[in-house]
Design a protein around this ligand. Structure first.
Ligand code: F0G
Length: 456
């Protein structure tokens, strides 16, 4: 088999600034050792997120010129609505400026204080939106999903027995809806099988509990189903996506991921009463229901991007990149979450730095070492992002200490990845010299974005 090449050529370039190691050390100090506070220009390979950081295609740029900026009922809205409905088959479609706006509207209209929202794993903004209105965000990931060393096809699946137990324990009236996140970002970008989505639905349906898909990476999930689930080889990704959404009563979406756009999102549902409530809040928060906080040109770029994300050759190339990096790191003995995820490779900081206590944040140790070594920016998904506090205020660690290297879509080439591999190997070689950190400043919600660290 020949090398899987990038299925595009480069038409516009953006320079990368490469600063010296000393300058990076200084930049990190000035950012209170939190890479979220570093200037993007001072990052040579920026793998902080795959969200809104992708490159658009010529088709998307061309579509942007067709953007109809009418306040109400624009042609671009029609294009967007038609595309989302074609892919999902869902009745009511509300555009939002990004995924968390959809989550906020969902949470604020449907959740009462004390309600329980099950999910395979909640993303941080989803959890924050649920907790903000007094709900409880519950993770019911399958046991396989928490074993970072296990290579299994669908480690994003929900534990069906735990879901049944959750309904039994808390009662149907406490569960306004259940969610499933495809792919499971916080658990290593692992996919969810259609068999699992079907099983979730069959547990919920007799109780009348609706299912909401967190669909940010629905196209990557569809690709994994195509590759790994029996009976889906040869089916179009569009067809697989449609089946996924056929089990859902609604979905939240960040088009900054599998919309291949730099901004945008949506909230969709089949229930007419919900739609009315959502629309009322949408108008106050985001904008008129035919633009929802987006420009007409954004709606156009998303409409084209959603379809490009479902192109098979694009997904083949994207996953080849993930495999290229993960197999080289495994060869070098670097502990990673197996298998590589849809949008990222996750380093296992707990196994990389066993000498650092989870509450001294080994993930931050690895993230900061990657930055100093090569200007690579990753993100901690561990006790800083997901840690919690018990009733007495005692900090509890997260079960996993991961560092995510997320891949912007269609941005970096193979030589960028070769450089990245060199940087990670160097950090791995010098792992014993990496220290833990303590937090010296933090906020109540989503502390990881702005908190300050000091080495211990
Ligand atoms: N759900 C999941 C699974 C996500 O990964 C994200 C965003 C959101 C919801 C919220 O979407 O950013 O458009 O408001 N994830 C980004 C990330 C930020 O880096 O993983 P948003």
């Amino acid at each position: 088999m020949k090398t899987i090449i990038e299925p595009f050529r480069i038409k516009t370039t953006e320079p990368i600034k490469i600063i010296s190691r000393d300058e990076r050390i200084k930049a990190l100090e000035q950012a209170h050792n939190n890479v979220f506070l570093i200037d993007a220009e001072d990052c040579c390979i920026d793998l902080l997120t795959d969200s809104g950081t992708g490159a658009m295609s010529t088709q998307q740029w061309a579509a942007m010129m067709l953007g109809d900026e009418s306040y109400a009922g624009s042609r671009s809205w029609k294009h967007f609505e038609h595309t989302v409905r074609e892919i999902t088959g869902i009745k009511h479609i509300l555009p939002t400026h990004q995924g968390r706006a959809a989550e906020a509207i969902l949470a604020q209209t449907l959740i009462k204080k004390g309600d329980i929202i099950p999910n395979n794993s909640h993303f941080d903004t989803t959890r924050a939106n649920i907790e903000y209105v007094g709900g409880v965000a519950m993770n019911l990931l399958c046991a396989e999903g928490t074993d970072t060393t296990l290579d299994a096809p669908f480690k994003g699946d929900m534990d069906i027995d735990k879901l049944k137990a959750c309904i039994q324990t808390h009662g149907v009236e406490k569960i306004p809806f259940c969610m499933v996140t495809v792919t499971n970002n916080t658990g290593g970008g692992q996919p969810v099988s259609l068999a699992n989505i079907r099983a979730i639905k069959s547990v919920l349906e007799p109780h009348g509990i609706p299912l909401i898909i967190d669909a940010c990476r629905f196209a990557e999930n569809a690709y994994f189903i195509h590759e790994r689930e029996k009976g889906y080889k040869g089916k179009a990704l569009t067809q697989i996506a449609k089946e996924m959404f056929s089990y859902a009563d609604g979905a939240t979406m960040s088009c900054k991921k599998d919309g291949l756009a730099n901004i945008g999102g949506f909230l969709i549902c089949n229930n007419d009463q919900w739609a009315e409530k959502f629309r009322n809040l949408l108008i106050i928060r985001e904008g008129f229901p035919t633009y929802g906080g987006l420009a007409g040109r954004d709606l156009e770029a998303i409409a084209v991007g959603l379809k490009e994300a479902l192109e098979y050759d694009y997904q083949v190339y994207r996953q080849a990149t993930v495999r290229y990096l993960s197999s080289r790191l495994e060869e070098a003995g670097v502990p990673i979450v197996k298998p590589g995820g849809g949008h990222a490779v996750f380093l296992d900081a707990k196994r990389m730095l066993p000498h650092i206590d989870p509450l001294q944040y080994p993930g931050i140790g690895v993230v900061n070492a990657l930055y100093v070594e090569g200007g690579v920016r990753g993100v901690e998904l561990g006790s800083v992002m997901f840690g919690s506090f018990d009733e007495s205020g005692e900090e509890l660690p997260s079960p996993l200490e991961l560092v995510r290297l997320a891949f912007p879509r269609r941005v970096y080439t193979q030589s960028h990845f070769d450089y990245l591999i060199e940087v990670i190997k160097e950090v791995w070689k010098n792992k014993d010299s990496i220290s833990g950190y303590k937090i010296t400043y933090q906020t109540q919600f989503l502390r990881h974005f702005t908190c300050h660290f000091e080495p211990v």
